[in-house]
Design a protein around this ligand. Structure first.
Ligand code: ADP
Length: 386
């Protein structure tokens, strides 16, 4: 069975083709609509980067279809068994992967207000794929779905009930496909049943979140109503006293949109030291860069501590995402002065080995390359095989 997974971001489109559950080809179209757009394409041992202006997501998908044809990988989308789509926000309406029909489209549209930026792009990808392959089953996999079983005490904010009941204001959590993938891969690595494990998963990329996974179920996560809450991120501030927002508006005269832009796009690592690239920050001798790294590791450490307390017993802590998988410096900083029976293995960490704790450590620490598209494909295979 052949499945394609489409992951449409605001200015990028990722596309992965699977055959018999293995990835066959991988495309990333970056900077859509900008002068420096690029198509990166990996197939077998081949890796090609093509600089080409790609006007919009429709053009990006058409370019991918042409490359699939040119390299004789797939004649067209009608030869697929299903197309899986990443949809960021499923609200409370979607707690599982869902076959897309008119009703599902209407529901996804009705959730746009919760996350206009992501859901708009995700929906655009769905409508395009439907146009290109109207007879192929399309399946939506939601980032929020993995967190849908969190207990009420985890997902409610301490507000009057009407704000949740009438307006849906609650913690939803994000990066669900990544947290689910990391937890399953960790159980696999440990050769244990996931239902017996308590795991803390860390998805650390440009956007970052931490998740407490008990028996394979998310019981708490750091991102909230929006992806702004939680650990310090590339350009997002993470946890902040809501009073700061009122102060910025009342005392500094900033508008709602200006505050939104500042907290989401000009804060975090970028706001602290002028770049959100952890490679640059780690190599820099600049005092602000050093402070940014100290603050980042401290904010992640605080979530690990909180989730250790919530879970009561932790079997493994798993790092994934561009930063989690690659920054040995940050991983080391996070475990400095932590004891609790954790024995961090410096050499294994430097070598970015899969297990970076010592054999007699009470908690295994792991580095696993996350794969959201693989997780989405697995959800699609589950539906096709049911
Ligand atoms: P996104 O959330 O956009 O998918 P990624 O998961 O790809 O992001 O992570 C991107 C981030 O990973 C970059 O901003 C950079 O800070 C970090 N990163 C990538 N490679 C390295 C590296 N070798 N060392 C440290 N950080 C890295």
């Amino acid at each position: 069975m052949k499945i394609a997974v489409v992951n449409s971001g605001s200015s990028s489109l990722k596309f992965k083709l699977f055959e018999a559950k293995d990835a066959l080809a991988h495309f990333v179209v970056e900077n859509i609509g900008k002068a420096d757009a690029k198509i990166i394409f990996a197939f077998r041992e081949k890796k090609v980067a093509i600089s080409k202006i790609v006007a919009n997501h429709c053009e990006a998908l058409k370019e991918i279809v042409e490359l699939l044809k040119e390299y004789e990988i797939l004649a067209d989308f009608s030869h697929l068994d299903a197309i899986g789509h990443r949809v960021v926000h499923g609200g409370e309406a979607f707690v599982d992967a869902t076959v897309i029909d008119d009703e599902a489209i209407k529901k996804i549209e009705s959730l746009k207000h919760l996350d206009p930026l992501h859901n708009e792009a995700n929906l655009e990808g769905i409508l395009l794929a439907l146009k290109m392959a109207p007879l192929v089953k399309q399946i939506a996999v939601f980032d929020t779905a993995f967190h849908s079983k969190m207990p009420k005490e985890a997902y409610l904010y301490a507000l009057e009930a009407k704000y949740y009941e009438n307006y849906g204001i609650r913690r939803y959590g994000f990066h669900g496909s990544s947290h689910s993938y990391l937890a399953k891969a960790c159980a696999n690595e440990l050769q244990k049943d996931i239902r017996e494990l308590n795991i803390i998963t860390l998805h650390l990329g440009n956007g970052s979140s931490v998740c407490a996974v008990q028996g394979g179920v998310s019981i708490d996560t750091s991102m909230g109503f929006t992806p702004l809450e939680g650990v310090i991120m590339g350009t997002r501030c993470g946890d902040i006293d809501a009073g700061v927002v009122f102060y910025m508006q009342r005392e500094l005269g900033l508008s709602v949109d200006e505050t939104d832009e500042i907290l989401n796009t000009r804060s975090g690592l970028f706001g602290l030291c002028g770049t959100n690239d952890v490679r640059e920050i780690s190599a820099s001798g600049d005092a602000n860069a050093k402070l940014a790294l100290d603050m980042l590791s401290r904010s992640i450490k605080k979530y690990i501590g909180a989730y250790m307390a919530l879970l009561g017993r932790v079997d493994a802590i798993v790092f994934g995402g561009g930063i989690g998988e690659n920054s040995a410096i940050l991983r080391k900083m996070i475990f400095e002065n932590i004891n609790f029976g954790i024995l961090f293995d410096d050499d294994a960490n430097e070598d970015s080995r899969k297990i970076i704790s010592k054999a007699d450590s009470k908690i295994d620490i792991m580095v696993i390359k996350t794969d959201e598209e693989q997780e989405i494909a697995n959800e699609c295979y589950k539906i096709l095989e049911s």
